[in-house]
Design a protein around this ligand. Structure first.
Ligand SMILES: Cc1cc2nc3c(=O)[nH]c(=O)nc-3n(C[C@H](O)[C@H](O)[C@H](O)COP(=O)(O)OP(=O)(O)OC[C@H]3O[C@@H](n4cnc5c(N)ncnc54)[C@H](O)[C@@H]3O)c2cc1C
Length: 1001
């Protein structure tokens, strides 16, 4: 099912949107008056600084931009979850050691160990209690600093959690209300988004229990807004809360949330759906509307349902208008929270990664503020539809809201996060007419981490109000300066300008945006895979002689002109991205996301090699200059030239039939060589389309010829043919060796070979890693593209202490993956490339069934799908006893898992021992360990704390060592040199009688 888009496309130019927001605000605000109201609040907070252990104080002393602040954040994120003492000690030593906690900064250690321990005695359990994990604390007790750090982190966490249980949280709330009667609470159950259905059901249970608990204190007769309420995250309630899974989400998630709504309506309490990432917004709105319809039908008297809206989104105002219209349409009064937004950094990164035309969020802080105020105005003007809840810790924002609310006279409440902005809110709440709801996280310390880091980042950002409030050097007037102005340009380069003026980034698509998605679906309907005639291997001498003679002219063309044809090809490919994606889906069974990434990679190769060739192929005078002085012996000139070598054979694989195919031929052509391209026999159609595109862009037909046919015949004949100047090959190690032997056996010049081959790629995970993050990267690395990437994860090495938990999560998440027709947007894994590959993998699975322990990674649905689409293999996982049990790469969605203990360097040694060296993932929060492991690994591409696939051209040059290839790395600065011959020309400039230049000087 495809959703109709409710809001405008989120990727639009920022300046025009801000101008519109300013216009909609008009003269609504008198900022001088706003600042006048807010200034005494600020002064009062500055006059009564919070205690040392409060977040504001810590961040003031150790900002996250400093090594110390970063160390504290890292520790806060990871330390509490580390189950084993050795690793906890290593993590603490690493983080405290890398920051400057010596000399004048010694205060951190002394304060952590004295103040934190002393304070924590009041709050925290000591050795041997439920939460403190006895073994760990007891062992760490010997190391005072480590123990102090652990306690300090727990203390820090406690700043933000109202209680570890609802009972504890509610009793805290009762005490706080005694002090400040105009407080209300919205409880939030801590925890990461669900990766498995079991997680989702656990979250559901905890929301149900929380609502039941809140219901005991709520009153059916009081206005709903006067009761405490609950905030829920939809991503916690479904393991695949993603746009692509819309059918499942509507069928499975809506009933779960509806149950909670009914419960909340019966208790007459507010239930707010938290706002999450922009790419889930349309999906959230679909869920929200489905629920609204039910509320309108079954409990229209309930006035507590609502959602949170983020003003940093460029679509915020349209969202507000949409929700107001929905409330009126369903004749409901909603309670809606306006926030600025908590995922700004993640939104920026995603837009950059996807190569989107604009950011979906504002890039200047004051634009977010302008948007917030414009949205607030719209909310206050619609009291029939909404009861607005303004969540902010910013004194100026709050004062501006109060000013606008006074004019409209509409009811509203303020909101703040527990542990944040208390000082300002205390000042504001001296007015008993104003109510404030506290967002109150409840949960165990171990579930606090992600939430805590969000808050640390939020408070630590230089632009954050809370951060600036703590900076007493910043004058109050500056802190409260009016945001009501517009910047003409974004504060960051747009995603397409990330690589500077050297080359434009390739543009991608966001499949959640109909206009972007529709172009792909239209192309799919109209694109045919061309049939490509098979070349007769006996006739290779013909194309070879064309190639050799074409070399004579093509190599003489200036490099700038050759580069221009590549750039033209890139532009054409960018324009035809939907058609090439469709071809990739049809011929290579790529999923849509994989297809987009692949076309973008091909575009990047073309542009990157064009720029590289222009840079390296300029004549270079040697030995060069120092300042203005020419170095070297007088009376002679020396120049170094790079030239092409001749006719290259380019043999590419089916798993990247466009990107690798294009990368190889672009590199050869731009350096002045001619090309005989032999694509994989499974994917000649994509290759033919690309060759045609390049011919149309100006590459002569003789310089680029396509010879389609089996590797054993056409490939072998090309490699063996006399006169070939070089071979570039991507494929199996075995075939690379055969090619190498053939070339070595030939008479004549020694022919260079660039071989990029496979790998048994491992990922090492220690016990500091976040299991959810590990699970995400394993799903992507092992199963994306049905495991048919040379970079794919094959061997996951898990620390014994976390292995059971992580394996359970991985298997649960793998069971949620959708296997099926790749043209279906919901599909995660399409079929493997052909029946032969399928049979080969099945054979390996049969072997593994005997030799290893099969893990339950496959769902019944996945199994059922395999009977409908040919060559489908659902995700597979096996536990093996030893790393050395892996003898060869299985090129499919098959993951091996092994457990390890003690020294992680020993694990790396064993991985090195496999002989392959393509990619490795390292998951650890111990930075020094990550570095040591990376340098110990004889592996070409090392990825720390991320997935290990999807290398970006010019950013992560790709290629391995050992059994994984010869290098140089594709998409890197050294690649083109291997395609070139070098020539120096030395001229004796004194030959004609004497050294005129010397005498003249
Ligand atoms: C009760 C409550 C509930 C919340 N629920 C949610 C929720 O459901 N979803 C959610 O996402 N957040 C939620 N938050 C978090 C909220 O988004 C942040 O607390 C809020 O952004 C802080 O705003 P401020 O006015 O206190 O601080 P300020 O410091 O005035 O503003 C910070 C905001 O500016 C943005 N910003 C910083 N730099 C830039 C820049 N260069 N360009 C553009 N914008 C920038 C930040 O991303 C942030 O949104 C909630 C907060 C509260 C208080």
């Amino acid at each position: 099912m495809l959703l109709t888009q409710r809001l405008p496309e989120p990727y639009r130019p920022e300046a025009a949107i801000v101008a519109q927001r300013l216009t909609s605000l008009g003269q609504a605000l008198d900022w001088v008056a706003v600042a006048r109201v807010a200034a005494p609040w600020v002064q009062a907070v500055r006059d009564n600084p919070p205690p040392f252990w409060a977040m504001e104080s810590l961040l003031k002393e150790y900002p996250i931009s400093s090594a110390e602040g970063l160390a504290l954040m890292r520790l806060a994120e990871a330390l509490l979850r580390v189950p084993d003492a050795e690793t906890a000690i290593a993590l603490t030593a690493d983080q405290l050691g890398r920051a400057d906690f010596e000399g004048s900064s010694d205060k951190v250690i002394s304060r952590l160990s004295s103040t934190a321990i002393a304070l924590s005695k009041h709050f925290l359990p000591t050795v041997g209690d439920k939460t403190g994990e006895p073994g760990l604390l007891a062992k760490l007790g010997a190391r005072t600093v480590v123990a102090a750090t652990l306690r300090a982190v727990q203390l820090l966490g406690r700043q933000f959690v109202l209680g570890q249980t609802m009972a504890e949280g509610m009793s805290e709330a009762v005490s706080a209300k005694k002090k400040t009667p105009n407080l209300r609470y919205s409880y939030d159950m801590l925890g990461e988004g669900s990766r498995t259905d079991a997680d989702a059901l656990n979250h559901l249970k905890s929301y149900q229990n929380a609502i039941a608990a809140i219901a005991t204190t709520s009153s059916p007769t009081r206005a709903c807004e006067d009761n405490d309420g609950i905030s829920i995250k939809l991503s916690a309630l479904h393991p695949r809360y993603e746009y692509a899974q819309v059918d499942r989400v509507l069928a499975e998630l809506v009933p779960r949330v509806w149950g909670l709504c009914e419960q909340a309506a019966r208790a007459n309490i507010n239930l707010t759906i938290d706002a999450e990432e922009v790419d889930r917004l349309e999906l959230s709105l679909a869920v929200f509307e489905a629920l609204l319809a039910k509320v309108a039908e079954q409990c229209p008297q309930w006035r507590g349902f609502g959602l949170a809206m983020q003003s940093y989104q460029t679509n915020a105002q349209e969202l507000v208008q949409h929700v107001i219209a929905l409330a009126r349409q369903y004749k409901l009064r909603l309670m809606c929270r306006l926030v600025k937004g908590a995922y700004w950094d993640a939104e920026i990164k995603r837009a950059q990664e996807l190569g989107l035309p604009h950011y979906p969020v504002f890039t200047h802080k004051h634009h977010t503020d302008v948007s917030y105020l414009a949205c607030a105005k719209a909310l206050l003007e619609s009291p029939d539809a909404l009861y607005p809840q303004f969540a902010s810790h910013n004194a100026a924002t709050i004062a501006a809201i109060l000013q606008m609310a006074e004019k409209t006279g509409s009811p509203f409440e303020l909101q703040r996060l527990h542990g944040m902005g208390e000082g300002i809110h205390d000042e504001v709440l001296k007015n008993p007419q104003i109510a404030c709801r506290v967002y109150a996280p409840v949960g165990a310390h171990k579930d606090l981490l992600a939430y805590l880091v969000r808050r640390l980042l939020e408070n630590g950002a230089n632009s954050s109000f809370v951060h600036q409030l703590a900076d007493e050097t910043l004058p109050v007037a500056e802190l409260l300066v009016s945001p009501l102005r517009q910047e003409p340009h974004p504060s960051l380069p747009l995603p397409l300008a990330l690589f500077g003026t050297q080359r434009p980034n390739s543009a991608g698509l966001d499949l959640t945006v109909p206009a972007m998605r529709d172009s792909l679906l239209a192309a799919y309907a109209s694109t045919q895979v061309p049939s490509v005639p098979v070349f007769d291997a006996k006739l290779v001498s013909g194309p070879l002689s064309i190639s050799t003679s074409s070399y004579k002219t093509w190599s003489k063309i200036p490099v700038t002109e050759r580069a221009a044809t590549l750039r033209q090809s890139a532009d054409a490919l960018q324009t035809q991205l939907p058609q090439f994606c469709a071809l990739l889906v049809k011929e290579a069974f790529k999923t849509w996301n994989d297809a987009i990434s692949e076309v973008r990679e091909a575009i990047d190769f073309l542009r990157y090699y064009a720029a590289q060739a222009e840079a390296i192929m300029q004549p270079q005078t040697l030995p060069g200059k120092e300042g203005n002085t020419m170095l070297g012996i007088t009376g002679e000139s020396n120049e170094l030239f790079l030239t092409g070598r001749g006719a290259w054979v380019c043999i590419s694989p089916w798993n990247f039939p466009l990107a690798i195919f294009t990368g190889q031929i672009a590199a050869a052509l731009v350096t002045g060589n001619t090309v005989l391209a032999k694509p994989a026999e499974q994917t000649p159609g994509v290759a033919l389309a690309m060759v045609k595109l390049m011919h149309a862009a100006g590459v002569p037909e003789g310089a680029l010829q396509l010879l389609h046919g089996p590797g054993e015949t056409v490939g072998a004949a090309l490699v063996a043919a006399p006169g070939v100047a070089g071979v570039v090959f991507t494929g199996s190690t075995q075939v690379a060796k055969t090619i190498n032997r053939t070339l070595a056996a030939k008479d004549g010049p020694i022919v260079p070979l660039i071989a990029e081959t496979g790998g048994i790629n491992a990922m090492l995970v220690d016990s500091t890693a976040l299991p959810e993050q590990v699970c995400d990267v394993v799903m992507q690395s092992a199963f994306r593209s049905a495991g048919q990437r040379c970079s794919a994860l094959r061997l996951l090495c898990l620390h014994e202490e976390i292995a059971d938990h992580v394996i359970e999560m991985i298997c649960g998440a793998a069971r949620e993956l959708v296997v099926g027709d790749p043209a279906d947007l919901a599909t995660d894994l399409g079929p493997v490339i052909d029946a032969e590959a399928f049979a080969g993998i099945q054979q390996q699975l049969q072997r593994l069934d005997v030799e290893a322990k099969r893990l339950p990674a496959q769902s019944g649905k996945g199994q059922a799908a395999t009977s409908k689409v040919a060559n489908l293999i659902a995700p597979q996982a096996y536990e093996v006893a030893n790393i050395s049990d892996l003898k060869q790469e299985i090129f499919g969605p098959v993951l091996h898992i092994v457990r390890w203990t003690s020294d992680p360097l020993k694990v790396i040694e064993q991985i090195n021992g496999l002989g392959y060296g393509l990619t490795i993932g390292i998951q650890t929060r111990i930075d020094s360990r990550a570095q040591a492991l990376a340098h110990a690994a004889h592996i070409g591409n090392v990825y720390i704390n991320r997935n290990q696939i999807g290398a970006v051209v010019g950013v992560q040059p790709f290629g391995g060592e050992g059994l994984s290839g010869t290098g140089p790395k594709a998409g890197g600065p050294h690649y083109l040199y291997r395609f070139c011959a070098e020539q120096t020309i030395t001229i004796n400039t004194t030959a004609a009688g004497g050294n005129a230049a010397l005498l003249a000087g």
